[in-house]
Write a protein that binds this ligand. Sequence first.
Ligand code: SAM
Length: 266
Amino acid sequence: MNPEFAGGVFSAAGAEFADWYARLWRPLGELTVAVTRPAPGDRVLDACCGSGASAVPAALAVGPSGHVDAVDAAEGLLAQGRVAARGLAQLAFTQHDVLTWAAEPYDLVQCVYGVFFFPDMDAGARRLISLLRPGGRFAVTTWRRGGMARIVPIGQAAAATERPELAESVDRVGAQARIDTPEKLTTWLTGLGLTDVTVEEVEFVQPLHPDDAWKLYLGAAMRAFLIGLDEPAVARVRERFTAGLAEAGVTSLDCGSLIAVGRVPA
Ligand SMILES: C[S@@+](CC[C@H](N)C(=O)[O-])C[C@H]1O[C@@H](n2cnc3c(N)ncnc32)[C@H](O)[C@@H]1O
């Protein structure tokens, strides 16, 4: 996704993204920081920060002597983050394409459910890594195989009847599939020049009511499948999506994730 498009989709998704914040984005953001462990005084970039799920705990960890730049293309999510972060002077939310972001070198760059949106995932990750100081750390959180990636194709198929061109497009899921096991993620990060790569696997399964599944559709990148559709068409997509989940036996949301950290040479 190009950054402007991603920013537009996620800003439009703001209300439903917020509905899932407490159940999904916040706990996984907290878990990411429990793994990345920024130290007091660190400079951190939270790339693709959304509404601050991992940026806020990072800011609490670095404390007043540190600094967190939380950067995202979606102003609608950043506005939610600024409200959540009131009082944390060390946390700055900025709307920007993170792939053209420039700043003083960081101790830690973390990107939570973001790298697979970059038009070129490798080039994007390299760009983020270039913002680190020597010896600095790069962290990526992504969906594990068999979880979220099962749902997106069902959502895509549900919309493809209305927008046949969608049947052809695979970009994000394709990028996710390149890094959806600990082995693949380790190989990818090592290939980008990182050392001491570790990957933590997180189990995170929860009930998924069909109404909440639809909110997830509207509150995340699947929302892009609905662009240009009128209300009756969206209603048909919802029906097909709900039926598709039932047919595939998806009655719970498996948000199993991988949290990886590696280091650039000192
Ligand atoms: C699935 S959301 C995750 C948000 C947040 N990290 C979280 O876990 O709650 C992905 C985010 O990536 C952002 N994004 C994608 N490409 C971007 C880019 N090139 N520059 C800035 N933000 C980008 C989107 O706007 C969206 O907010």
